[in-house]
Design a protein around this ligand. Structure first.
Ligand code: NAD
Length: 349
């Protein structure tokens, strides 16, 4: 396998890994190890170009620095991407080779699940490296992080509802959910149990139909989710979906979801703010997953109560961000970023 160091000035280390005999190509981006080893999952997607995959890795790694700091974890930010269709191109051999690429960074980067990956895949990756979390078995194994991610998003939705609508619970509110995968379906279950009405969509129409039936939800086509009238929109699929095209269509009072990098640009945060749509910063709302993964990396023995405490702390952080954003009349995204910058500055001092 070829491992090549790439030039990326705002990141501590970025490598390309390539094994043509296995059809393996991807990138590991270590954005920061200031707070601890860089941690962030590996995503496998059929990217159109290698450059698109690299950009995704760089942005996601930076996002992990912010997410891990916002959750007050002793972890830095990193991410890996593999170019390929997980349904077709993923094999045990390819995952083991990726594990060896992770191992070559000597513990400065820890990997785990992201889109296109499962706990079983983590076991194959673990045959090539010691620095893998999200395993299904083992002393500190934390398994699939999605249920905890969904709990964190649900808590963030409650905080948002309080700030935007002045109600302490989601009972009777309508939430539109985009993406009904690992996170989206768990979230729908929590919302349904809390008495929220649901509008749901997925690009997989069978999944949409199944989830809609399971939770008595209204199913809509993927493009129709932006214009669906609801109280809160919960993006739980891909990034970049809050942009100048989608934002004018929104008929909601708030956006709170689990997808990473929902804002296509800084401008998108301003557009939402100008429209009076309260945006709960994604890297705070979806921090539950990395909290769960962190129990494995940091070898936490009292896992359940440690996770509960961290989820509560995340909820309080969201509350502080939304309160400050209101007082200062700025976008919550701006406040969330400045809080993390401040944390990193203080730690560096
Ligand atoms: P997943 O692959 O299990 O599910 C994603 C779902 O979104 C799939 O069902 C897919 O068909 C659907 N989808 C893709 N594009 C869509 C579109 N344009 N419109 C509607 N549906 C679309 O992934 P996941 O683990 O549920 O993660 C979802 C999002 O949450 C991702 O952005 C991920 O990075 C983020 N996230 C996940 C976790 C976790 O614990 N899994 C933690 C933090 C953040």
């Amino acid at each position: 396998m070829d491992i090549t160091v790439m030039d990326a000035p705002e990141h501590e280390r970025v490598v390309e890994f390539k094994d043509t005999s296995l059809g393996l190509l991807g990138y590991i981006a270590v954005h920061s190890t200031q707070r601890g080893p860089a941690a962030g999952g590996v995503r496998m997607r059929p990217y159109d170009h290698a450059a698109e995959a690299l950009t995704d890795a760089l942005l996601l790694a930076r996002g992990m620095t912010f997410k891990n700091a916002a959750a007050d974890l002793a972890l830095g930010g990193g991410k890996a991407v593999i170019v390929g269709d997980p349904a077709v191109d993923k094999s045990a051999e390819l995952l083991r080779a990726f594990g060896r690429a992770v191992q070559s960074l000597n513990g400065t980067y820890w990997t785990a699940e992201d889109m296109g990956m499962t706990p079983a895949d983590m076991a194959h990756i673990g045959e090539g490296t010691d620095f893998v979390a999200g395993l299904a078995e083992g002393e500190f194994a934390s398994g699939d992080p999605s249920p905890i991610t969904a709990r964190g998003i649900f808590n963030a939705l409650c905080v948002t509802a309080q700030h935007r609508f002045g109600v302490p619970a989601l009972n009777g509110l309508t939430v539109s959910v985009q993406g009904l995968g690992h996170v989206g379906e768990h979230l729908c279950q929590l919302l349904h149990e809390a008495g929220a009405r649901l509008i749901v969509t997925d690009i997989d129409s069978r999944q949409t139909a199944r989830v809609a039936e399971r939770f008595a939800a209204q199913a809509v086509a993927p493009d129709a989710i932006y214009g669906a009238g609801a109280d809160i929109f919960a993006p739980c699929a891909i990034g970049g979906i809050l942009n100048p095209h989608s934002i004018p269509q929104l008929k909601v009072g708030a956006v709170t979801g689990g997808a990473n990098n929902q804002l296509a640009s800084e401008e998108a945060a301003q557009l939402l703010h100008k429209r009076g749509i309260l945006y709960a910063p994604d890297f705070v709302a979806n921090g539950g997953g990395i909290v769960n993964v962190a129990t494995e990396i940091l070898r936490v023995s009292d896992r359940a109560s440690w996770v509960d405490q961290r989820l509560q702390a995340l909820e309080q952080t969201m509350d502080r961000i939304l309160t400050r954003a209101k007082t200062e009349a700025v976008s919550p995204h701006q406040i969330a970023e400045s809080i993390v910058h401040e944390m990193l500055r203080q730690q560096a001092a």
